[in-house]
Design a protein around this ligand. Sequence first.
Ligand code: NCD
Length: 304
Amino acid sequence: MRHDHIISAKQLSRADIETVLDHAADIAADPSAYADRHADTLLGLCFFEPSTRTKMSFTAAMKRLGGDIVDMGSVESSSVKKGESLADTVRVVEGYADALVLRHPMEGSAKMASEFVDVPLVNAGDGAGQHPTQTLLDLYTIRENAGFDDLTIGIMGDLKYGRTVHSLAHALTNVDARQHFISPESLQLPRSVRYDLHQEGAEVREHTELEEVLPELDVLYVTRIQRERFPDESEYREVAGQYQIDSETLAAAKDDLTVMHPLPRVDEIAHDVDDTDYATYFEQAHNGVPVRMALLDLLLEANE
Ligand code: NCD
């Protein structure tokens, strides 16, 4: 795999995806074999938006490869508060680290920032844009649980602002999945994403009701309504609380349905689903460590 930066799922070919996923599976089978692989390597974390899973799993991944992290900390406690530009921040941090991970509320920010640095930069979420490492761990989880052959997936919730959805939808065109998008009309896929999917020859259907497709699905990927991205709180309130599932909803599903969620959940998946065999979201979150170890290893090797 040869990429200077990881900005978008669109840049990942099927071969890239298989390379990362196969490497992640090897690492998961014997993590201790990689414990000294990147000793002396420092990963710079620049998170301008809240994060639990992405930041902690990148930290765990770098440490489990023998390296360490340098963390900008919260925006409140950084020089961003003094008016520093993103370009200046990343130019400074690249001098402290061998690779950078950036999360920022502005769509396009990761691409822009990557143009200012020579070390590899990984997009950990740019506004409503892309979240390619989430996609890699999503694909890993799908491959482990449902496989890529003859795959039918339903993606439900906030398809407009959900960057995990935009990334995943692109990547799924590489494995020829049938994609069903389920959302209220006001939160359908952005026109640009829909256009790209059609250009890529994706098999895409849009629905407002889960019942229409639930029995066909191998995977149901549920997402949170992205409250922080709504320009108007009243618009959020109109859709909040719709599109929830519980164990009763899933009575109509295939027995081997895999239910996923990038997390955090608010109320989209009732807690009674957690104890069913469908629930795969905590396993999915845990897969973030081997998958990010694999990606960091490949990226650091290729850019040495
Ligand atoms: C997602 C994100 O930040 O886009 N979280 C994550 O990285 N697992 C999903 C979300 O916030 O809803």
